[in-house]
Design a protein around this ligand. Structure first.
Ligand code: SAH
Length: 216
């Protein structure tokens, strides 16, 4: 049997594995199930698209593990009325999951080649509610702020103040914090009327958020 004909059963196995791994939100599972993950990978790694592992996407960047994408997405408590910002478009996989669940997604990537490939994928998938920007995501997207949700998919030294400033009241931001690869935590920040609450969602491992301009 070729890898191609196997896809529905491999997807079914992946989704049941995710359920066992703490991804329980039905809408998030449906969004993951609706996306052909092999489409976001270089040819070399396509046959591993339905394994719950992180995989290289070139330029020293990685596509996150599906269970991590699932847990981060459900921690964001999205609704289809929300305006969301993602930092670190990468392959566009996480962006596509978010776009299926929110009203409009804004996503920023500093690497032109990665962004171009991601934009082509959004088009092929018919995801018309995504707006992209080539630039430094650590500056956020001030013209479009405030956002109801923000997801950072690269690790920051601390919760980024600039992004916190672009999070609306009642908003939630998910961000990997810690520059030491072996001591990094996923942090959920909630902005209430007069306070900021933070929750530690456990250890994680992301490539660093680069401060500075666009890659050339
Ligand atoms: N969300 C991606 C994976 C992210 S990997 C996916 O689903 O495939 C982290 C990404 O963040 C990389 O593509 C990297 O180039 C990007 N990145 C790192 N620092 C950045 C910055 N300051 N601004 C924008 N993008 C950044």
């Amino acid at each position: 049997m070729t890898a191609q004909t196997d896809i529905p059963s491999r997807m079914a196995d992946l989704i049941s594995g995710l359920r066992e791994n703490g991804v329980t939100d039905a809408a998030v599972l449906m969004a993951l199930e609706s996306l052909p993950r092999e489409m976001f990978l270089p040819d070399l790694f396509r046959d591993r698209a339905y394994d719950d592992v992180a995989l290289p996407i070139g330029h020293h960047q990685t596509l996150s593990q599906p269970s991590v994408v699932g847990r981060m997405t459900q921690a964001l408590e999205l609704s289809d009325r929300m305006k969301v910002l993602e930092i670190g478009t990468g392959s566009g996989y996480q962006a596509s999951v978010l776009a299926r669940l929110c009203r409009r997604l804004y996503t920023i990537e500093r690497h032109p080649a990665l962004l171009k490939d991601a934009e082509e994928r959004f088009q092929r998938l018919g995801l018309v509610n995504i707006t992209t920007r080539l630039g430094d995501g650590s500056l956020g997207w001030p013209e479009q702020a405030p956002f109801e949700r923000i997801m950072v998919t690269a690790a920051a030294a601390d919760v980024p103040e600039v992004l916190l400033g672009q999070l609306g009241e009642g908003g939630i931001m998910i961000v990997p914090v810690g520059l030491d690869e072996n001591d990094q935590h996923l942090v959920r920040v909630r902005r209430t009327a007069d306070d900021i609450e933070t929750d530690d969602l456990g250890p994680t491992r992301f490539v660093p958020l680069i401060n500075g301009g666009v890659e050339d």
